[in-house]
Design a protein around this ligand. Structure first.
Ligand code: ASP
Ligand code: MG
Length: 431
């Protein structure tokens, strides 16, 4: 059986022409059979979201948004191709795709937001791999360029679709793996899939990691690598804390816990499929590809064993008090959860006392008024917005004071288990 490797390049790794050249040099430095999964270039997904929102909210498009999309990709193309013919051919291809996107949005129902979103936002990934494939061809880099929606099959929940694992696995095994008989590299898009009718779907923001894990799982890959602009998985976000440490090895279970609590380095759905087939996941720096980075696999312990800090901003703490002065008991709790689940709220922390029940979740200004109104039928409701939930895995005695200046923050709730400490904090008004 041939060994297949999956490598994922995110938006930041293909955001300029020199970044794209670097991708090719990484791929060229080692010869192996690989599925290369690529995201939209730079901030293209955000730009397309803006186009979609304008069509949805105001039923109009702005020419300059398409012009910007075109000129951004043209700039990358112009930096890539040395032969004029290749450059012009790639420019025409991209111009056609952008024109198709512009024509298409006008035919879509502005009110059908999720469907509209997937049809349009998916152009980001398609533009990206089309350019990279043309560049690979111009450089004589043998490969096949395939459309991810031909393999990644999902249900019809546009924008947050769930994967149809069986169909996807069959398609990858039957139609994608045989391509390795004729080439070493199969290039495709992250983030996008399609329904059984063939409509384009997306897997949720930052979903390309998950796409790569799907390809890895379904092709029984030897390993998967995510190439990033950081040296690997760190024990905290370097933007939030000083003296961060690179994690060298991380057990699958630990990685799942970290992303569950909000560590944003890897899309949360990525690890489980890899764990199920014991496929190691490397997280490496595209700027220093020779560095070891992090490997997530079936090891026993985190190494080095240091506290891991996860900050989740924009948290809402909602507290309810039964109006009839009854105690908070199971039936109240189940009613409250029923309301939260109707609104699709994921609870990040909860706490109860005899007379109140508090839950913390990601702030959502659209839903909050409705949630409060529903709960107010039976409860007095209070809430507090703009909190931060700090989770520390493998905490030590002074971990909280390491992470937060306690003069600036007030701790509203603190909870500890043997391994995990969580505190919900509020910035003091005078700091
Ligand atoms: N392009 C998509 C996004 O920016 C998917 C990804 O990058 O993973 O969310
Ligand atoms: Mg991205």
């Amino acid at each position: 059986m041939q060994k297949i490797y999956v490598e994922k390049f995110g938006g930041a790794s293909v955001n300029t022409s020199s970044a794209v050249k670097n991708v090719l040099s990484i791929l060229g430095s080692e010869s192996r059979k690989r599925i290369v999964v690529v995201s939209a270039m730079g901030k293209t997904t955000n730009a397309l979201e803006k186009v979609v929102n304008l069509w949805h909210n105001e039923h109009r498009v702005e020419e300059k948004d398409f012009e910007a999309l075109l000129s951004y990709h043209f700039e990358i193309i112009d930096g890539l191709f040395t032969k004029e013919n290749d450059r012009m051919a790639c420019r025409s291809l991209v111009a056609l795709m952008v024109e198709e996107c512009r024509a298409k949005i006008l035919t879509l129902n502005p009110n059908d937001y999720d469907f509209l979103y997937d049809s349009i936002v998916s152009y980001g990934e398609r533009l990206s791999t089309s350019i990279i494939s043309s560049y690979m061809s111009a450089e004589g880099f043998s490969h096949r360029h395939v459309a991810a929606p031909d393999f990644i099959k999902t249900d019809n929940n546009f924008r947050t679709s769930d994967l149809k694992w069986k169909q996807t696995e069959t398609l990858i095994k039957q139609n994608l793996l045989p391509l390795f008989d004729v080439c070493d590299t199969v290039l495709t898009q992250g983030f996008i899939g399609s329904t059984k009718e063939g409509y384009i779907t997306t897997l949720g923001r930052e979903g390309s990691d998950f796409s790569a894990a799907i390809f890895a799982y379904c092709s029984d890959a030897e390993s998967m690598t995510i190439w990033k602009d950081v040296s690997g998985v760190m024990n905290a976000d370097p933007k939030k804390m000083k003296n961060t440490v690179l994690l060298e090895t991380v057990p699958y279970k630990e990685a799942i816990e970290l992303s569950y609590y909000g560590a944003s380095i890897i899309h949360p759905k990525t690890i489980k499929p890899l764990e199920n087939k014991q496929i190691p996941l490397y997280v490496k720096s595209f700027n220093n590809p020779q560095d070891k980075g992090t490997v997530i696999y079936a090891c026993k312990a985190l190494c080095p064993l240091v506290p891991n800090y996860i900050f989740k901003d924009n948290q809402t703490l909602l507290s309810v008090y039964p109006k009839d002065f009854s105690f908070i008991a199971e039936e109240n709790i189940s009613k409250i959860f029923e309301v939260l689940s109707t609104f699709g709220i994921k609870v990040n922390m909860m706490q109860n006392s005899a007379l109140s029940f508090s839950v913390c979740f990601d702030r959502n200004d659209n839903l909050l008024p409705e949630i409060i109104e529903t709960l107010q039928q039976s409860y007095v409701v209070r809430y507090n917005n703009s909190l931060c939930l700090l989770t520390i895995r493998h905490y030590e005695e002074n971990s909280v004071s390491n992470a937060l200046n306690t003069e600036q923050y007030r701790i509203l709730i603190e909870q500890k288990s043997r391994i995990t400490l969580q505190c919900l904090v509020e910035r003091k008004a005078d700091s």
